[in-house]
Design a protein around this ligand. Structure first.
Ligand SMILES: [Cu+2]
Length: 275
């Protein structure tokens, strides 16, 4: 028995070291926000846009309407006015609290002269990070971020602790996340299996959310790495929803999966430690 365990350990170590080696070779050098977009974006113009962020109040207050305005400009300060529709929208805005306990995915409306706007509320005082995703026509996908502070006494941060068990119940569903290859710099396939919480009956009639089986956002614990995640079977209906990404470096990451069933969108968070 001991000998078998030892043998298994040896095999595991060999596989691990092989992965670490090929990991180095396949690291594609995408830095910054950790964009792991495939080669399809190659050949498109390098991003020259900038986002000018403005809030309706210098110090927004918790639980009160705040208008977020995001003006997209080129490198000469002129308005960028043409955007491709990506996942059914011209812009996706992700809002997270510093401790990643709060997550919101909203869609600012295009106004004019490169300006997007949305009214939103922040749930509590403290720091937040906002990520705007857009595709300027003729360019590739861009993510711009901004840190803001909501006034007042901020609550104690919730610790970001890796989940021991990647099964979680939300909105009457039970969602299990499996990741085939959790390692920095490697392609990782994420599978969310969605069943009814009570009956464990697999759900096979997921509705498209933003034009695909689901939408997944991944952030490093410090919110410095914003990962782009791509569904591998956009038209899937469940119980499995599959996605692909690359974790740029080791550390703790929070993953939010968003799916739609019976007209209701639900968000399921997981925290993983990437070796
Ligand atoms: Cu969106």
């Amino acid at each position: 028995m001991k000998r078998i365990m030892l043998l298994m350990l040896l095999v595991a170590l060999t596989v691990l070291s092989a992965c670490a080696k090929s990991g180095k070779e396949t690291t594609d050098g995408h830095g910054g926000h950790g964009d792991s977009a495939p080669a399809s974006s190659a050949g498109a113009e390098a991003d020259k846009t900038k986002a000018v962020w403005k809030l309706s109040s210098e110090t927004p207050q918790a639980k009160s309407d705040t208008k977020v305005s995001i003006a997209i400009q080129d490198d000469k300060g002129a308005a960028v006015e043409k955007f491709d529709i990506s996942h059914e929208k011209k812009m996706h805005l992700i809002v997270v609290s510093d401790d990643l306990s709060y997550f919101n995915h909203i869609h600012p409306e295009y106004k004019e002269k490169g300006r997007f706007e949305i009214d939103t509320q922040f749930p509590a005082p403290g720091g937040y990070k906002l990520f705007a995703d857009y595709v300027p026509t003729g360019g590739s996908a861009v993510t711009k971020s901004e840190r803001i502070t909501v006034g007042g006494t901020k609550p104690a941060p919730a610790p970001i602790v890796p989940d021991k068990d990647l099964t979680r119940s939300v909105a009457g569903k039970q969602v299990t996340l499996t990741i085939d290859h959790l390692m920095a710099g490697m392609q990782a396939n994420l599978t969310f299996r969605i069943v009814e919480e009570k009956t464990k009956q697999p759900i096979t009639d997921l509705q498209p959310y933003l034009g695909a089986v689901g939408h997944v956002v991944i952030l490093s614990a410090d919110a410095e790495q914003y990962l782009h995640v791509h569904p591998t079977e956009e038209k899937a209906k469940g119980p499995d929803a599959k996605f692909m990404t690359t974790f740029p470096k080791s550390g703790i990451y929070k993953i939010w999966g968003q799916f739609q069933h019976n007209g209701q969108v639900f968000t399921v968070p997981f925290v993983v430690q990437v070796p």
